[in-house]
Write a protein that binds this ligand. Structure first.
Ligand code: SAH
Ligand code: SF4
Ligand code: F3S
Length: 469
């Protein structure tokens, strides 16, 4: 990766907020951490006079923040870049300049290559360099370097400012990244290469960010990390803390109604974290715990470092601690060498757990990862057939879970208006979307709803009379 020539201190004081004189358009896809990063970049640029716009054609600066996890990422980036090039040329003809910045995991993995094919890109900025964005933009304007994809030692989190107009604060639920990077090296995955080694933020800085969000009206915080439950940061007492301890501290904060964390790795689910699901009421009874496969042979080849039985045992322990815990997972079908019998083991595991929701993907060979080199790749048609079969099972499992909620009285955190006038929408403790007739004043509040019906992707319910008085 190219080292950037610029090496200014990252902790430069942000200038006083100025009127929004420049327009920023951010395009994001990929995981929630990418969404968090996009929000932080927008926040970071606010005091530099950038206001956000929905329209790329109006923007003085366009940031593309794409994902690299599965294939077609690069093609998608090029098709967006082609569109942006036209906008840039059109604006240039009118005497207006447009900066195009490529960020995220694609910038990290393929920035140089993309720049060769699309020299009109002005800035290539890796996920660890976002805090230097204002400085890099100014330097670029003055003819400075284009690429910033080194992994700097200083933490980008400490350098990113909080400000009152933060993009995230316009929402009831906000992401908060506490851990970044991955040391696990699953053989199919690009994340350890695009995001670098695991880094955990200190508890103090996380708690400060959480307090700022709550003061701005946020009511639910979703802790993020590529391996969020591997978080091991400096505690308030100066000693290392694990995630359960951090959650305990966050749960004490005024105004916090609900807490979640994602994505967890089964190997990092420690006893204290399991107990937190029993002991901490603010912690939602929902856990996204990717398993990828139900076959021990495939799990070993993936370097997941646990067996199917270990996963099932872990679910048992979690459910013993919190009987109503709803589970979600990620699956990959058609990993190199996966046989019909391996795939059936995955179906069996999915059936046994009964997931409330799940994501499933066809294996996608990613350049530079060990599994991409395997000679026994599964044919595309077979992958597609297995995916359809697994998805039918997972959809049925989700339907059964939602159906079982009918008649239940659930505390719903209302996050915004519903589909129709007079409706409001929110989330159940189990992450189900819930719609109900109710006043907008309840947005940002927890209120009890009796679930009347389960639709394909959401629940419909009636507010408990006490909620509206
Ligand atoms: N850190 C998380 C997952 C991050 S990536 C974890 O370990 O669970 C999100 C999901 O994308 C993964 O869980 C996996 O199911 C899927 N994924 C990652 N690489 C993939 C690949 N090469 N092909 C298909 N799916 C992939
Ligand atoms: Fe990728 Fe595995 Fe790390 Fe998850 S744990 S980010 S799947 S390498
Ligand atoms: Fe994608 Fe990078 Fe997230 S590859 S899934 S945006 S960590």
């Amino acid at each position: 990766m190219t080292e950037t020539a610029l090496r200014k201190p990252a902790r430069e004081a942000a200038p006083e907020p100025v009127a929004n004189t420049r327009r920023l358009h951010v395009m994001t896809w990929g995981c929630q951490m990418n969404e968090y990063d996009s929000a932080r970049m927008a926040d970071l640029l606010t005091p530099h006079g950038f206001g956000e716009t929905e329209r790329a054609a109006e923007a003085d600066l366009v940031i593309l923040n794409p994902c690299h996890i599965r294939e077609h990422a690069t093609e998608k980036v090029f098709s967006e870049l082609g569109r942006l090039r036209q906008i840039k040329e059109g604006r240039a003809a009118e005497g207006r300049s447009t900066l195009i910045a490529l960020a995220g995991c694609v910038a990290q993995a393929e920035g140089e290559e993309i720049l060769r094919r699309a020299p009109y890109v002005d800035l290539v900025i890796g996920p660890q360099a976002y805090h230097r964005l204002p400085e890099l933009i100014e330097a670029r304007r003055a003819g400075g370097p284009v690429i910033a994809t080194d992994f700097p030692a200083e933490s980008k989190f400490d350098a990113l400012p909080q400000n009152g107009k933060a993009r995230r604060a316009r929402r009831v639920s906000a992401f908060l990244t506490i851990q970044e990077g991955c040391d696990k090296f699953c053989t199919f995955c690009v994340v350890p290469y695009t995001r670098g080694a695991e880094v955990s933020r200190p508890a103090r800085s996380i708690l400060e960010e959480a307090k700022t969000l709550l003061a701005q009206g946020v009511r639910e915080i979703v802790l993020l990390g590529q391996n969020v439950n591997a978080w091991e940061g400096e505690g308030l007492n100066g000693r290392p803390w694990r995630l359960a301890r951090l959650i305990e501290e966050l749960a004490k904060l005024d105004g916090l109604l609900r807490l979640r964390y994602t994505t967890s790795h089964p190997r990092d689910m420690d006893e204290a974290l399991i107990a937190a699901h029993r002991d901490i009421p603010a912690l939602a009874p929902f856990l996204h715990l990717p398993v990828q496969s139900g076959s021990d042979r495939v799990l070993a080849a993936m370097n997941r470092r646990h067996r199917a039985a270990d996963y099932l045992r872990l679910i048992e322990r979690l459910r013993a601690a919190r009987p109503d815990l709803a589970l979600s997972s990620d699956f990959i079908v058609g990993f190199p060498g996966e046989t019909r019998a391996d795939f059936e083991a995955t179906l069996a595991l999915a059936r046994e757990v009964g997931f409330a929701q799940a994501y499933s993907f066809k294996y996608s060979a990613r350049p530079g990862t060990p599994a991409a080199e395997a000679s026994d790749q599964v044919p595309e048609a077979e992958k597609a057939a297995r995916l359809a079969e697994l998805q039918a099972l997972l959809a049925e499992s989700q339907r059964a879970f939602n159906q079982a909620s009918v008649g239940a009285r659930l505390p719903v955190l209302f996050t915004g208006p519903g589909r129709h006038p007079g409706q409001i929408a929110g989330r159940s403790p189990y992450q189900q979307a819930v719609h109900a007739e109710g006043p907008a004043a309840l947005i940002g509040e927890l209120a009890f709803v009796t679930i009347a019906a389960a639709e394909a992707h959401s629940l419909r319910g009636r507010l408990h009379p006490d909620a509206v008085s």
